[in-house]
Each structure stands twice: as structure tokens, then as C-alpha cells.
Design a protein around this ligand. Structure first.
Ligand SMILES: *[C@@H]1O[C@H](CO)[C@@H](O)[C@H](O)[C@H]1NC(C)=O
Length: 304
């Protein structure tokens, strides 16, 4: 006997259940994967013209400005093959934190240190409104790197590492030099400004020079994986670091290696676990390189 079709009253009852389930459960669940309902998904770009979209960005974020980001401008990139031999280790899934051995070769690191030498000025901090120098929070010098072949290779490597993700823009790179007593207090790299046009989706913290003692990169809200294997890269000795007072995990500065982490969740909010600091250098000099990737959600364009 064929099953009889459901009665109208049953259908209405189902609908009454489904509507709140959709509004309160299903839609919020799938929304982060479809940040905008236009025809193109956030992972594909129609024609590579995404750069033009910065024109709609509030000027306060400087995202229209190629002194601030590194646009893909068609200049050919010729990278030495041997520099691509990095090794990746997973430290945390959420937030995503990866440790990358040999992200830059020794020759690349030395070159980047060389080209930064005559360009250092005191580092600033930015509180969302103004930029200022505050040695109690941040004591280091920074240098904006010219986009030479090595820098362009690194931009390329950073894009490839993140799957050539569209709507992602590499900020112009800054070398950071920490002398003895140089440090950077705990802070976030994200600002929660996605709704105003863009925010720093991810950070590569690359060690270019590590002829120093101290100077570890501390994440008080991340936990050290069990076992001793990570002690190659993390301070495991309780007496190491800031006088044994450290919380969470502290990466040792190792030339050529990098920490990569994602600052933003899929819905654009920042991860509190990315709170981090550069512990004071106690001896020698540390040179770091930040590679920040900005994400700007695709804009809805009228008439498409
Ligand atoms: C770091 O040392 C260099 C070279 O001695 C010096 O020019 C620079 O001013 C120092 N920076 C800081 C922040 O102390």
C-alpha cells in the first residue's frame, strides 16, 4: 500500500518547527562560510580586480595606499628554489597557529637585515586613533623594506602559504630591531575593524636575526603541547624567559624560522588567544620581520 501524503496540518506543524530552527540555528551556523550573498563566493575572484575595491575603504585605514599595502602589480617574481624548503608544524587549530622552520633562508634573512640598516626609526604604537612612541609599551626600531626581489619573493610565499586567498592584501613589510632591553608589551595585531573596511587576518612573525639572549615571543593564552618535542622551538625550562614568570608559551628566536597565526575567526571577530608580546632582549640584538595579511570582505556592488 502506497504511503498516503502527509496532511496539511502536519506540513504546517513541520514548518512551524523548521522556521525557528533555521533562523536561530542553521543560518548562524552557515553564515560565516558565506559572508556575503552575492554570486561569487569569498574564495573566488572574477577577474583579479579586487584591488580596486580598496577605493571604497575609509581612508583612515590607509588601505588605498600602496605605501601601506603591497599590491600585486604584475612585476615578475624570481625566487631561488632552495628557499622554498620550509617545514611546517601545527601548534593549535583554533586559533590556527603554525610554526615554520626555514621560512626564509639564511641568505634571505641576511639580505633583509642589510637592506633595513639605514632605515630604522623608533617603533610606534597605534591605539585605534593616534600613533605615538611609548617606550614603556614598545621599545624597538623599525624599517620599512623596499619591495626588492627578496621582499617580493616573500610576499609571494606568504600569499601561496595562505592558498592565494582572494581579498587578502599583504601589508608593506617592516623589519623590527630590538636592542638589549627592547621589547613589545602584550597586544593584539587585529583591531576589530573588519566592518570598517579591513583587518589583519594573519601574522607571520619571522626571525631574521637572533644573536641575542631573551627576546622570546610569548602567548600567555596558548598552552604548550605535551611532550618534549616542541622544546626545540619553545622555552620549556621554567627558568628561561622573563625570570620564570612566563605564562602560556614562549617561542625562542631562531633565525630563519617563523610563527604564523590567524587573528580572525571566520565571522571576522578577533581571537583573544592571539594576545602576544616580545619579551625583552637581555643581550645582543634581535631582528624580526612582520608579514601582515589584511582581509577585506568583498563588497556588494549595485546592479550585479
Ligand atoms: C639600537 O642600537 C642602535 C645601534 O647602536 C641605535 O642606533 C639605536 O638607537 C638603538 N635603538 C634603541 C631603541 O635603543
Amino acid at each position: 500500500m502506497a504511503p498516503s501524503p502527509p496532511k496539511l496540518s502536519t506540513l504546517i506543524t513541520w514548518l512551524l518547527y523548521f522556521v525557528p530552527v533555521y533562523i536561530f540555528i542553521l543560518d548562524p551556523l552557515i553564515r560565516p562560510f558565506f559572508p556575503d550573498n552575492s554570486s561569487s563566493s569569498s574564495w573566488e575572484d572574477e577577474d583579479g580586480s579586487a584591488f580596486e575595491e580598496w577605493d571604497h575603504t575609509p581612508s583612515t585605514l590607509h588601505l588605498t595606499d600602496d605605501s601601506f599595502i603591497s599590491p600585486e602589480d604584475g612585476v615578475p617574481v624570481n625566487c631561488p628554489g632552495e628557499a622554498e624548503g620550509y617545514r611546517v608544524h601545527l601548534l593549535s587549530r583554533a586559533p590556527l597557529v603554525l610554526y615554520i622552520e626555514n621560512f626564509v633562508s639564511s641568505a634571505e634573512a641576511d639580505h633583509l637585515v642589510d637592506i633595513s640598516l639605514n632605515k630604522y626609526t623608533p617603533s610606534i604604537i597605534y591605539d585605534g586613533v593616534t600613533e605615538r612612541i611609548d617606550p614603556s609599551k614598545r621599545l624597538s626600531d623599525r624599517a620599512l623594506l623596499d619591495r626588492d626581489d627578496t621582499v617580493r619573493c616573500l610576499e609571494d610565499r606568504a600569499r601561496a602559504f595562505q592558498g592565494w586567498r582572494p581579498h587578502l592584501y599583504i601589508e608593506r613589510m617592516w623589519a623590527q630591531r630590538y636592542n638589549a632591553s627592547g621589547h613589545y608589551r602584550h597586544h593584539y595585531d587585529w583591531t576589530g575593524s573588519l566592518a570598517r573596511g579591513g583587518d589583519r587576518l594573519s601574522t607571520f612573525m619571522v626571525y631574521l636575526g637572533a644573536d641575542c639572549e631573551g627576546g622570546g615571543t610569548n602567548f600567555p593564552r596558548l598552552r604548550r603541547p605535551v611532550g618534549k618535542a616542541w622544546c626545540r622551538f619553545l622555552e620549556c625550562d621554567e627558568d628561561e624567559g622573563a625570570g620564570g614568570m612566563q605564562e602560556g608559551i614562549t617561542f625562542k628566536p631562531i633565525k630563519g624560522n617563523a610563527i604564523f597565526w590567524e587573528n580572525l575567526r571566520a565571522d571576522g571577530t578577533g581571537y583573544p588567544e592571539t594576545w602576544h608580546a616580545a619579551y625583552p632582549v637581555t643581550k645582543g640584538t634581535k631582528v624580526g620581520l612582520n608579514i601582515w595579511s589584511w582581509y577585506q570582505p568583498p563588497k556588494r556592488r549595485v546592479g550585479r
